[in-house]
Design a protein around this ligand. Structure first.
Ligand SMILES: Nc1ncnc2c1ncn2[C@@H]1O[C@H](COP(=O)(O)OP(=O)(O)OP(=O)(O)O)[C@@H](O)[C@H]1O
Length: 457
């Protein structure tokens, strides 16, 4: 970078558990060492960059089948250098946090580390944040895995707090973050039964009422507003707004949607906070980018998230093909070098199948999302029809919604069942109104109530 005056990027890729995150951390440590300023006092940019790792891992990593500390998001770290080749700023960009994990986990996996850390926090924090045994929370007890070998969640909690200090997250902000984490756990314990009206729901029992109260207290919002946002939906019509009750199943879905929205916003807020605190250098001369992205995924059940991840990997593969095979070999030909041609499989056709506009799978999905009558079945039928002679696409025998793509790394069968909802990914208006109404109020030194801006909106 210094000799050739050019910015560079390092792409770390590989399947889950291959060692991408560990390699990225080593790269960052190396760059911090080479570009650090010796003898600088206080929190240096390089220290903050390194300490952003444990904070992001606490909220974005989880134990999976393949890896006890699997990153469930993609990350691009941009390290900025001044004209002396010293680190002068940094920025972290994250991609596609796996939101579904917040509400749905199966054996032998766990939810995000931060939930277990908070449950193992020192007694005063457990009391303050009203948490307890992880086995008592629905979002954690769907799997029987609570511990990870060689990981002490109690110690991790203290280390995460320490790393948060270093990256510039204040004690008040840390408390606000863990209040939100605790609120999500209690939210998952709210259950519903049939209400008096047809297709309506109400809180199931005293336990649910109690958890709702705690959520309202932790999120600093109104209890009734919280209950209504879970059990009702307002429909806007040309003649005015109509309030429609939700049946117990829909209320549960609404509860989970709220939990996922709050968690993903919390994660984004933490990333923003880290970036603001580390600071960017507008006068940086060059950058070194490090990309640690999800590897190619193929599970027993693959959904929209896997399609997005695998599409990203197809694009990276294409970039690799372009640079290593196409461009390099063209140069050899130009230079009349005697070499034997390296065969490679061009994956442009898979990329076109997925992302071409119009006509690709994503374009068909966007189109389906615009028609209120579309279902996952009509979407799947449309795909079967459109790609019936595409050599990279096939329909498994007897499938109604499943489809298989022949990726560069192998065949993956996807279930189209939740593709429409996942692609829409909207925030329910009632949830937004509820969260906007959340206010932390603390008495100011003169006794007046002040709005505390550390609340996470
Ligand atoms: N260089 C290394 N030395 C020793 N152990 C390593 C090294 N790299 C990885 N590991 C081990 O492998 C595990 C998985 O590595 P890592 O979390 O970096 O994988 P990953 O490719 O980022 O996976 P994912 O895509 O699931 O996030 C680590 O927790 C560690 O135990």
């Amino acid at each position: 970078m210094i000799n050739e005056h050019g910015s560079q990027s390092i792409l770390v890729s590989g399947e889950s558990g291959a060692g991408k995150t560990e390699t990225t951390k080593m790269l960052m440590r190396y760059l911090a060492f080479m570009g650090g300023r010796s003898g600088t006092e206080g929190r240096t940019v390089e220290q903050q960059v390194l300490e952003s790792n444990p904070v992001l891992e606490a909220f974005g990593n989880a134990k999976t089948v393949k890896n006890n500390n699997s990153s469930r998001f993609g990350k691009f770290v941009e390290i900025q250098f001044d004209k002396y080749g010293k680190i002068s700023g940094a920025a972290v960009r994250t991609y596609l946090l796996e939101r579904s994990r917040v509400c749905q986990v199966s054996d032998p996996e766990r939810n995000y580390h931060c939930f277990y850390m908070l449950c193992s926090a020192p007694p005063e924090d457990v009391k303050r944040f009203k948490v307890g045994n992880p086995r008592s929370f629905h979002y954690l007890n769907q799997t029987s895995c609570y511990e990870v070998a060689n990981v002490d969640d109690a110690r991790e909690y203290l280390e995460t707090r320490n790393a948060m200090d270093i990256v510039g997250i204040s004690q008040e902000e840390q408390d606000a973050i863990f209040r939100v984490v605790a609120a999500i756990l209690h939210l998952g314990n709210i259950n519903f039964s049939k209400g008096k009206e047809i297709d309506s729901s109400r809180l199931r029992d005293e336990k649910s009422i109690n958890h709702l109260k705690i959520v309202a207290e932790l999120l600093m919002c109104d209890e009734k507003l919280l209950e209504d946002s879970l059990c009702q939906r307002v429909i806007v019509t040309p003649d005015g707004n109509i309030t429609k009750p939700l049946d117990p199943d829909s209320a549960l879905q609404s509860r989970d949607a709220l939990a996922k929205t709050v968690y993903s916003r919390l994660f984004d807020w933490i990333v923003d906070k880290i970036n603001n605190s580390i600071g960017q250098d507008p006068d940086a001369i060059s950058i070194i980018g490090v990309l640690d992205i999800y590897g190619f995924e193929s599970f027993k059940v693959n959904s929209f998230e896997q399609l997005c991840i695998n599409m990203t990997n197809e694009k990276l593969q294409q970039h690799f093909n372009q640079h290593v095979f196409k461009m390099e070999q063209e140069e050899y030909t130009r230079d009349e070098i005697d070499w034997s041609y390296v065969e490679f499989v061009d994956n442009q056709d898979v990329l076109d199948l997925i992302e071409k506009k119009p006509g690709g799978i994503i374009a068909l999905l966007d189109e389906a999302c615009m028609f209120p009558k579309s279902t996952h079945e009509t979407f799947a039928q449309k795909m079967y029809q459109t790609y019936k002679s595409h050599k990279r696409f096939s329909k498994p025998k007897l499938a109604r919604t499943a489809f298989t793509i022949n990726h560069y790394a192998g065949d993956v069968t996807y279930q189209a069942d939740y593709f429409l909802d996942k692609n829409k990914d909207y925030v329910v208006a009632e949830h937004q109104a509820l969260l906007n109404s959340s206010r932390a109020t603390t008495p100011s030194p003169d006794g007046n109530i002040e709005h505390d801006r550390t609340t996470l909106h």
